[in-house]
Design a protein around this ligand. Structure first.
Ligand SMILES: [Zn+2]
Length: 472
């Protein structure tokens, strides 16, 4: 191809010429603290990106599992302590580092092997060819989440090299279908429903200033909303369109949709979102910041609710939302409709059961002719994890070593992750990836996905501290 930039280097070249310095997220040069782990993180991430671990025909997810297993075995894990389980067209991996006290419940490090589909024709670079360019690693899975997986494995192997001996078992598990139906995610959570705590390395993370590139803050994810789909159906005897009836499936459905569109669930707050609104306010525009602080102080504050509800970045943080996403009805241009249906997609605030939200929607509709049915697939209700003091102090200490002075606070995600399956069993799960990015660099699931490689050195430092504290 013409116009190949001179600075585009294949990783192999980068690794060969790697000098013993790194650029940290603040832009300053620093000595490599863990050269072996840092080189391994980039190497493993790059090799994982080459594997097309996409759901459907030709799914190679099992090869990512084998790549990670081989790295763990080469780093001292017993082969017998690692299993790869094929499920449908994918597979999941579980590795166990045995602790000295078998009576303790395990610490689980949770990630996933699969990635979202990527069409090479739409990308500037081939999505399955890792490239390092201008300080970024490019490729499908760079940010979600092959780089994260490689970083954690490299850090764990560094702990082994340093002679660390965990008291509790450390389980490293990677699901194989987190991006699609989450069947393996559910199986893994079932297997480890007695875990002490889960660190989900596919959630949370740090934010970099858009202009300076300096770290702004780090937030760990302690809750996420429950995903639900509700199908509305209205049926009618129908008839010839030249002979209209008083009732109409389409009209009844339309009235129901208008009511749902106008309805607002009661705004609410939990410990996680209160801490988030209080601490994250300083990074927002003054009007939003004032609303965040007012809402944290009083979740019934009318003007704060109006401001936050009008902001797409925050409307999902203040309560349950339900919105119509699909509609269909009728069967011929010249017939009265016999059936009209719509899908209402809800993101339920932690602590509510989908059945309660369904009942609330039925009350809002107030028309017995409109049937409401839960058609959700691949999701379970989950509550917020408690703000556990041992986790908070471990994550704050780890950040203080990796990124001194950077504020740390919790957050709630509006999307679903593997944490949901653990929280469903009552196992505390915390999204705590040490990766910092600019929000303008968030191309997860999208085109030209990339990650700053300046995350490697502090990321290793962070994991060494965090995992040592939690596995003690
Ligand atoms: Zn992910």
């Amino acid at each position: 191809m013409a116009g190949m930039p001179m600075r585009r280097l294949l990783l192999v070249t980068v690794l060969m010429v790697a000098a013993p310095t790194a650029i940290n997220a603040g832009g300053q040069s620093s000595r490599l603290l863990h050269p072996q782990a840092e080189a391994q993180a980039l190497d493993l991430a790059s090799r994982a990106i080459t594997v097309r671990s996409v759901s459907g025909p030709g799914n190679q997810t099992i090869k990512v599992a084998e790549l990670f297993r081989d790295a763990l075995v080469a780093g001292g894990f017993a082969s017998a302590d690692i299993s790869i389980t094929p499920v449908d067209d994918t597979a999941f991996m579980v590795a166990r580092w045995r602790g000295s006290d078998p009576a303790l419940e395990p610490l689980v490090i949770s990630g996933h092997l699969d990635v979202v589909e990527a069409k090479a024709a739409d990308w500037q670079r081939d999505p399955f060819t890792p490239v390092v360019e201008n300080g970024y690693l490019y490729g499908r899975g760079a940010s979600d989440m092959k780089f994260d997986g490689a970083l954690a494995i490299a850090a764990i192997l560094e702990m082994k090299r340093q002679g660390f001996a965990p008291r509790r078992d450390i389980v490293i598990e990677f699901s194989g279908d987190e991006e699609t139906d989450m069947k393996t995610s559910a199986m893994i959570a079932e297997q480890f429903k007695d875990a002490d705590l889960v660190v989900n390395i596919d959630g949370g993370g740090g934010s970099l200033d858009e202009t300076t590139g300096k770290p702004l803050y780090f937030s760990w994810q302690g809750a996420e909303k429950t995903y639900a789909d509700f199908e509305l159906t209205v049926t009618n005897p129908g008839g010839h369109s030249s002979q209209p009836r008083a009732d109409s499936a389409i009209n009844q459905l339309a009235r129901a949709l208008v009511k749902i569109g106008a309805y607002r669930f009661t705004p609410e707050l939990n410990d996680i979102s209160r801490a988030y609104f209080t601490k994250a306010a300083q990074y927002e525009k003054p009007e939003i910041a004032a609303a965040m602080k007012a809402f944290a102080a009083n979740p019934a504050d009318h003007s704060a609710i109006e401001t936050l509800a009008a902001d797409p970045a925050h409307v999902g943080q203040i309560g349950t939302t339900c919105v119509a996403t699909m509609v269909s009805g009728g069967h011929a241009l010249n017939a009265l409709p016999q059936r009209a249906t719509a899908n209402i997609n809800c993101r339920i605030f932690p602590g509510h059961k989908p059945a309660d939200i369904l009942a609330e929607l039925s009350r809002v509709i107030g028309d017995a002719a409109v049937q409401v049915k839960d058609v959700t697939e691949g999701s379970v209700a989950n509550d917020a994890s408690p703000i556990r003091a041992d986790f908070v102090s471990a994550v704050e200490a780890a950040m203080a070593v990796a990124y001194p002075g950077v504020p740390v606070f919790p957050s709630m995600a509006s999307g679903a992750s593997d944490s949901m399956w653990f929280r469903h069993h009552g196992v505390p799960s915390y999204g705590a990836s040490p990766v910092f990015i600019k929000s303008s660099d968030d191309f997860s699931h999208g085109l030209n996905e990339r990650i700053p490689i300046s995350n490697i050195a502090p990321g290793i430092t962070y994991y060494l501290s965090l995992l040592a504290a939690l596995a003690k």
